[in-house]
Design a protein around this ligand. Structure first.
Ligand code: GDP
Ligand code: MN
Length: 455
């Protein structure tokens, strides 16, 4: 089981790298930018991601992240979630009653950062504006530097108190995240005086303004470390004390919920010298969800790729990509090779799908159905190595699935089976009367993909 878990993560990482390389033309800088823009991971995490295995993570919304933070005693910008403009106005009234705030911020709740830049975070100065802005944001396709070109549909908003009110001192914005440094095997707190903006940009232009504090797992976060952070952020007086407490509670929250990342950008020093989390981007290590029932319940599958969600439910490893050739393979290494093969033939993989060791007819059919949900698929390449599973069984599965699905399959299918009983398998397919092309050699399969798609 353990081996399988780490295998899955290696596989996911490989697929992801492949996808990035495919889209970024191999330039490391472009790849970095791509990762950052796609999933908003920060630079260090990214580095470890590229050089080591990665976690599989579950994302949650800002309002959920803030609920967790508050339960650990971290001061947060308070807010109430709303599903429609009527609820938004009620939430704003309630917040005014509870906090005394006159102004409200309406914040789109989607699993992507950079919402402010995309028009997903707006200030309302009265209830009428709350209603208007909520009306405008709920239901919109929010496009940010971290979403795809079509953006993400907003289903709910967080109505939050305005915390940038004027007062005795200037407000300041900091950056802070807690994450695992895989190189040292320790958790670390990464922070910067340059909050509110993209940390990736800070890392690129002013890397000396990013600080880190590593935590010894034997003793945990020490008081002097929290004080050093507050000091490096240039704080004094009450703000200093608040920051020390903030860091301590934030770290407890990170540990307590088995997170792989907590990113608070910005951490705000208010004009009356309070320190609070204005934003919360939280990734949970999903290997720990079995003991984090409350957090597991926070999953919002509307934010995930629907085909990937379905594949996960039936136990298939599926990753959606942008090309036109659907792939069905067994094994991560073979998957990589198959993607290379497709690219070598001049095309792009539409997905990555690992059927695993038990490719019987039922599974192959499920895999077919999943691949075919992607409207971009113009051909399917099945590349299976018969090691534990025999090729003739796989071939029978393919033929049976094809027969069962009949008209549903409108694209050419190329099957390459290699390993135990490969020849019998090829015969089985050739004699099935189905329009399935079979190949034994890698090159043959590539040629057939090419022939099928250039017709
Ligand atoms: P992100 O753009 O997805 O990272 O969303 P954030 O939660 O970080 O909000 C974006 C920006 O909105 C912040 O950097 C702040 O500058 C601004 N903002 C957030 N809360 C308030 C608020 O209470 N008042 C005002 N005036 N601006 C806010
Ligand atoms: Mn932010």
């Amino acid at each position: 089981r353990a081996t399988n878990g780490s295998y899955c993560r290696t596989l996911e990482k490989k697929v992801f790298e492949q996808k990035l390389v495919a889209e970024s033309g191999n330039s490391f800088l472009k790849i970095k930018k791509k990762i950052v823009s796609e999933i908003g991971l920060n630079l260090l995490f990214l580095w470890h991601f590229l050089t080591d295995k990665r976690y599989t993570t579950m994302n949650i919304h800002e309002y959920q992240g803030k609920e967790i933070l508050a339960s650990y005693g971290v001061r947060i910008q308070r807010g109430i979630v709303a599903n429609n403009p009527v609820e938004a106005v009620a939430a704003a009234k309630q917040l005014t009653a509870e906090t005394g705030t006159g102004w409200h911020v309406i914040k789109a709740q989607v699993h992507a950062g950079g919402r402010g830049k995309g028009g997903g975070v707006k200030l309302a100065k009265n209830l009428q504006q709350v209603e208007e802005i909520a009306e405008q944001i709920i239901g919109m396709q929010l496009i940010t530097p971290q979403t795809s070109a079509e953006g993400k549909k907003v289903h709910k908003v967080l109505i939050a108190e305005d915390v940038y009110y004027p007062g005795e001192s200037e407000t300041s914005e900091f950056y802070m995240s807690v994450l695992l440094n895989r190189a040292t095997g320790r958790n670390m707190i990464m922070y910067s005086t340059e909050g509110g903006m993209d940390i990736e940009e800070v890392a690129e232009h002013t890397p000396h303004l990013i600080f880190t504090e590593e935590i010894d797992p034997a003793v945990g976060l020490q008081g002097f470390q929290a004080r050093r952070i507050a000091f490096n952020l240039g704080l004094s007086g009450n703000a200093f004390k608040e920051m020390v407490k903030f860091v301590d509670s934030l770290y407890n929250a990170y540990i307590g919920c088995d997170a792989s990342m907590f990113e608070i950008n910005p951490v705000l020093k208010t004009s009356d010298n309070k320190i609070m989390a204005v934003d919360a981007k939280v990734n949970i290590d999903d290997n720990a969800l079995y003991r984090q029932a409350k957090i597991a319940d926070m999953r919002d599958i509307r934010e995930e790729n629907p085909i990937e969600v379905e594949a996960k439910e039936v136990g298939l490893n599926y990753v959606d990509l942008d090309g036109t050739v659907g792939c069905m393979v067994n094994g991560a290494g073979l998957a990589m090779a198959t993607m290379d093969l497709i690219k070598y033939a001049g095309f792009e993989p539409a997905n990555f799908l690992d059927v695993g060791g038990t490719a019987d007819a039922k599974r192959v059919e499920t895999a077919f159905r999943i691949i075919l949900k992607d409207p971009n698929v113009e051909a399917i390449l099945i590349n299976i190595f018969g090691g534990i599973v025999r090729c003739d069984r796989v071939a029978q599965g393919v033929v049976d699935a094809y027969k069962n699905m009949g008209d549903a399959i409108k694209v050419p299918i190329i099957v390459r089976l290699q390993g135990t009983n490969a020849e019998i398998a090829k015969e089985l397919i050739d004699n099935s009367g189905m329009p399935i092309l079979s190949a034994v050699q890698f090159q043959e399969a590539a040629d057939q993909v090419k022939a099928a798609l250039t017709k």
